[in-house]
Design a protein around this ligand. Sequence first.
Ligand code: ATP
Ligand code: ATP
Ligand code: MG
Ligand code: MG
Lengths: 265, 265
Amino acid sequence: PVRVLAISNQKGGVGKTTTAINLGTALAAAGERVMILDLDPQGNASTGLGVGPEARPLTMFDVLMRQSSVLQAAVQTNVPNLSIVPANSDLVSLESDLMGDAGRPYKLRDALAEMAADQSRLLDGRPFNYVLIDCPPSLSLLTLNAMTAAHAVLVPIQCEFFALEGMSQLKETVDQIKATLNPKLEIQGVVLTMHDQRTAFSREIADSVRAYFGSKVYETVIPRNIRVAEAPSHGQPILIYDHACIGSKAYIQLASELIAREKQL
Amino acid sequence: PVRVLAISNQKGGVGKTTTAINLGTALAAAGERVMILDLDPQGNASTGLGVGPEARPLTMFDVLMRQSSVLQAAVQTNVPNLSIVPANSDLVSLESDLMGDAGRPYKLRDALAEMAADQSRLLDGRPFNYVLIDCPPSLSLLTLNAMTAAHAVLVPIQCEFFALEGMSQLKETVDQIKATLNPKLEIQGVVLTMHDQRTAFSREIADSVRAYFGSKVYETVIPRNIRVAEAPSHGQPILIYDHACIGSKAYIQLASELIAREKQL
Ligand SMILES: Nc1ncnc2c1ncn2[C@@H]1O[C@H](COP(=O)(O)OP(=O)(O)OP(=O)(O)O)[C@@H](O)[C@H]1O
Ligand SMILES: Nc1ncnc2c1ncn2[C@@H]1O[C@H](COP(=O)(O)OP(=O)(O)OP(=O)(O)O)[C@@H](O)[C@H]1O
Ligand SMILES: [Mg+2]
Ligand SMILES: [Mg+2]
């Protein structure tokens, strides 16, 4: 059955989109079939995978408004085994469009249930193994939908001081959603990002995160690496833009650590 | 009269809070009286100025719910001439608390009108010259309140590829608010942040931003500087944590450029 992970942290700029794109690519390279759902109105994940604004006839907005299925809206990326449902600024109006609809937290959960049913009927193609949801930096209806639909949350945390402040709020949010909307929700893991090996500062932050989240924190740490920041301007994941750089190696390692962790469940 | 600037960009992690803290401090050091309003539920600006979670008896939540005035909720920071109204996670529920209240976009505008009236009655202390509003990374009710109350928007843009994508959405948002809620709203300026002098990549991004926003872009560019990222962990603005570093010099220069620009209005 498909495993759905929400990549979420309300702190901005911590590497959610970069992790969705590059972990997704590394999982696909390992033979898993992966679907990325872009829930960010800026559509960074779509652009970072080479799906330009003009190539988004259907988006996550159509899926959440239940006017398109996930499989209809999905587009194949340049990476084998990796598809994406893109996003654009239509998503900004979702909150007001669904005002008063009691089912508004469940739109994505229902859409993924439909996808599972569609997949079992499909004769061609293998089913998806992983769905990665790239969340915007807020605890809005979009993130609520992601956490209600997901089996678990993957939390990127930047090795910077301000990133520490949001940790307890994030944990509270997951607990709240677990208690009300999605009883099986848990934190699948925490990924340290933009770690600068040259400074003691990054190490201190990493230690604080490990002290707070314990064994949830992945061994793999993603280093700050300018090639990772350059790749999206070419519409490519880092594994294609520069396969040999330390950023690629880290995301490949993260993918195998995640698969091992999933096998233990 | 007081000048109100909203520091806003829906892209996460571009340096909004860092600019609010350090531009605020540099303006205060230049003799201006400055009030920072922390509209981020994570309260990063409050922490970065040494106002811990236990020292926030009143917050922007109380001000927006009209249960406290700005002056009652404000606390003096360790920086002379610089006060802040802190924030905490109470702000997360604002959207649902004000659901159905037709006046919800105007709460901050009304609170600042009250502050202006209070100031003219006060016999002690000089009035505030600047109010800087640190916005969260979304186009939610909090940012709507900030843009409805502000005279202008100051937009930090990180010298990274993904930061380019949000530019047109931000411009549209300002235009929409100008047309509906706040006819005098404009973009006061754009500040390039985390510029890495060593790479051509940063220069290319900076050129694209200047091509899009023209003369709105400040000459002063804030360099990426590890000391700037370290300062908030000591509860200090960079001008106090390390006055001689390139980060401090850049924010001091930005403050004088901003004052010169304001004089021309
Ligand atoms: N390992 C890395 N090394 C260098 N730069 C990185 C790395 N990871 C991410 N970045 C860059 O840092 C910036 C922030 O990353 P990203 O946009 O993925 O974060 P985000 O959490 O998705 O942001 P938002 O909160 O706006 O959605 C981007 O410009 C990205 O290219
Ligand atoms: N000039 C700089 N040099 C180095 N690091 C910086 C600089 N400016 C900001 N930072 C760091 O980059 C990170 C993001 O900055 P900051 O938190 O101010 O952005 P923001 O736009 O307020 O984020 P959010 O969208 O979450 O509110 C922080 O960890 C901050 O310390
Ligand atoms: Mg993102
Ligand atoms: Mg901030």
